[in-house]
Design a protein around this ligand. Structure first.
Ligand code: BGC
Length: 726
């Protein structure tokens, strides 16, 4: 950016009110092109001559602000008046940057950021026909004023006064903002993507007026109203109704998630500009003529990162299809610039563990390469000298400690990006971070070749947790050491793909495997078995898979796994001949299961298997998100095993494909399609009177395996049959 650009902020403290920065100019000559570049300490919304400059929302987005702050550049040529005056106005809200963050998140860094002023930085470049260029940079020649946005923040919501007549122009001051950390937009732009229309107005037993959108979304509500000046609207957001059918938002914890709106006279339509919420229901706490409101007055606008939908799962079972849809919505709702644990309560953080758990499914559902590369660069920037990967990225917790299976995101995520999209530059860029993380473990452990000690989240939310604990019963040391082995094995694969010398890591890997076997010669929980099997640490996989299957069956075909075991559970079974049991878990409708939440009306994926109990009561207020994507990771098993579409490691990015469907007679049909850079792969199986029919379409050479028979085929469409069974 031009050297004359300065960080500016209002000279007077406007407290909670969002300032609007203004610049008026007159072009003497007609520009052939005009480019606006902006960033802010907060989130901004820019207008030229009253028109929004872009449909990108919540810019500049969320990055590891201390190290990286994105700026955006927009072509605004079409918005300029060639004759007369032009107005540029930029509204700045607190966003993530100056958020006090939720109750849980009160590290020193957030206080420092909160103390920063509402800053704006950037300028307009006007290019003329004669080759000259004029620049209008943010500096003290700008003015500012109070806007109608009286308050805006990520967790607490927004207050807007449509009757507020701004006008008074105030001076701005320059300040020393972060100009050495600026980077151009790296992630996918966040935009308004979909509209969900209100389905029903509910009068609850408690006498509340609640609007049901029928689907949980992340974004904001837009409403239309005919009102008198000064009439007030207050809207609260909720994910579910309680057992009595009343509005509920206890699980948002300290996030107020509230809209306050003061009307002007007449018809008006409005939605928040600088914040977002996650909700299926809204409660109209105050609304003009509340008894007469109609569904047509409300729309839920889903806001998420611009990702191309690439994968689809479909089958003959309506509840399973609903679950597939919940996985997709879980991703849309939590892929708003940063992969977050949940989008509603006072958290909404880039939890590394959640992201590594879900990344495979995510990368099949949508093209998330650009989305994740931005986040991985933040991760790399946040990795400290010792190699520690923080629990959340951007590191808003500043705890200075790392957990197994969370920090391993540093290795698992780049590897998955490479497998899904086949771009070696991902590994080239991230290899240093990957190695450093495994080196960190080597220094953090109290015993060589394992990861012993440290503070970990364990098999988070596993159902075998001792009462009162969030952590499943699987041993921390076993989980940590198993992930250590897995990460080192991926570092070796990445190194080989890059042509690096990996001898050091290969030696380390065999020592880890040996140490693991010596130390853990038996497994106690589903998750312990699952990790030993899937990370190839078990000395006798056949025996251990059998024991795992027995353990599950003896427990009434119930899963007990948490965040760490769940994504691998069905893989552990199907890899060792227990596909039928894997399907039993997938198709189970009673608690605990994926479909239990569907039966309880879920429209996104729950954080807990028992978020809502059989009797309609809640697990708790404390930690009960109804929109956590982690358990949606099972979708990767449906793509890779049930439908059977898998990348071939030697040709990542689906340059070649392995297609090995695993049908199950409890479904009539199931299929998946996957758009790759080579074209669309499709694999569907259909139950017939004589067995199964497989319809396969591949744009690349494929290795197809049906009932143990291998077919090597070229690109094309194929129809195959299971041998007829008598
Ligand atoms: C989050 C999780 C996260 C966990 C770490 C929770 O509060 O919501 O998804 O991974 O903390 O244990």
């Amino acid at each position: 950016m031009n050297r004359g650009v300065r960080w500016i902020s209002p000279q007077e403290d406007m407290k909670d009110v969002c300032p609007v920065f203004m610049k008026r100019w007159k072009s003497e000559k007609k520009p052939v092109k005009a480019e606006l570049t902006l960033t802010a300490l907060g989130v901004y919304c820019a207008y030229i001559n009253g028109k929004r400059v872009s449909d990108q929302v919540l810019a500049p987005g969320w990055t590891a602000y201390g190290k990286r702050l994105q700026y955006q550049t927009y072509d605004v040529t079409a918005l300029l008046r060639m004759q007369g005056e032009n107005d540029l106005e930029v509204l700045v809200g607190k966003g993530w940057y100056r958020s006090p963050m939720g109750e849980q998140v009160k590290p020193p860094g957030s206080r420092k950021r909160m103390a920063m002023p509402a800053g704006l930085y950037g300028g307009l470049r006007l290019f003329y026909e004669d080759g000259s260029c004029e620049e209008i940079c943010t500096d003290v020649s700008w003015e500012c004023g109070e806007s109608s946005v009286r308050f805006s923040e990520i967790y607490d919501g927004e207050a807007y006064d449509a009757s507020f007549a701004s006008g008074e122009k105030k001076a701005v001051k320059e300040f020393a903002g972060p100009d050495h950390t600026l980077i151009p937009q790296e992630g996918e732009a966040v935009r308004e993507q979909e509209i969900v229309y209100a389905k029903e107005i509910i009068r609850t037993p408690a006498g509340e007026t609640v609007v049901d959108f029928g689907q949980e979304i992340t974004g904001y509500v837009e409403f239309s109203v005919n009102a008198h000046e000064g009439e007030r609207i207050r809207i609260l957001h909720g994910e579910v109704l309680d057992a009595q059918g009343n509005f509920y938002r206890g699980n948002y914890r300290s996030a107020r998630a509230q809209i306050d709106y003061t009307c002007r006279d007449g018809e008006q339509t409005w939605h928040p500009l600088l914040t977002f919420f996650a909700f299926r229901y809204i409660k109209l706490e105050m609304f003009p003529r509340i008894d007469e409101v109609k569904t047509g007055q409300f729309r839920a606008i889903a806001v998420y990162s611009d990702m191309e939908r690439t994968g689809r799962l479909f089958c003959s079972d309506g509840e399973l299809n609903r679950f597939f849809s919940n996985v997709i919505w879980g991703q849309k709702c939590n892929f708003l610039d940063v992969p977050t644990d949940c989008p509603q309560r006072d958290e909404r953080l880039g939890w590394t563990g959640d992201a590594q758990v879900f990344i495979k499914a995510a990368s099949y559902n949508f093209n998330v390469k650009r989305f994740f590369m931005k986040w991985l660069r933040d991760m790399k920037a946040e990795q400290d000298e010792s190699g520690l990967i923080p629990q959340v990225v951007p590191d808003y917790l500043e705890r200075g400690s790392a957990s197994a299976a969370w920090g391993d995101a540093a290795v698992i995520c780049p590897w998955q990006m490479y497998m899904a999209y086949g771009d070696i530059s991902v590994l080239r860029e991230m290899y240093g971070m990957m190695k450093k993380w495994t080196d960190y473990i080597g220094n953090a452990t109290s015993e060589p070749y394992l990861w012993i000690g440290g503070e970990h989240f364990g098999d988070w939310l596993g159902l075998d947790a001792p009462s009162g604990s969030y952590k499943g019963s699987s041993r921390d040391d076993l989980i940590a050491s198993a992930f250590y082995a897995n990460s080192v094995s991926l570092v070796i694969k990445a190194g080989k793909a890059l042509g690096e010398d990996t001898q050091k890591y290969e030696k380390l890997y065999s020592k880890i495997v040996q140490a693991f076997r010596d130390r853990f010669d038996g497994y106690c929980t589903q998750t312990e078995y699952v990790l030993a099997l899937c990370f190839e640490l078990s000395p006798d996989p056949e025996r251990d898979a059998r024991r795992l299957a027995e353990m599950i069956r003896e427990d009434g075909s119930r899963l007990r796994t948490g965040f760490v075991g769940t994504p691998w559970l069905l893989h552990a079974l199907s890899r060792h001949g227990y596909t039928e049991l894997a399907y039993t878990l997938l198709l189970r409708r009673e608690y605990p299961s994926w479909l239990y939440s569907v039966r309880k009306g879920a429209t996104t994926v729950w954080e807990h298997w028992d978020g809502i109990m059989e009797d309609g009561s809640f697990w708790s207020d404390d930690m009960n998100s109804f929109n956590h994507y982690a358990y949606g990771a099972v979708a990767d098993w449906v793509y890779e095993v049930a439908a059977g579409i898998r990348p071939v490691e030697e040709a990542p990015g689906f340059g070649r494909v392995r297609i090995e469907p695993h049908p199950d007679g409890r479904l009539e049909w199931l299929g998946a399609s996957l758009k790759t850079k080579y074209g669309e792969i499709e694999s569907v199986w259909i139950r017939t009177d004589k067995g199964f029919r497989y319809e396969i379409s591949t744009p690349v050479p494929a290795e197809i395996r049906i009932d143990g028979t291998e077919y090597k085929v070229n690109a094309g469409k194929y129809m195959l049959y299971s041998p007829v069974s008598n």
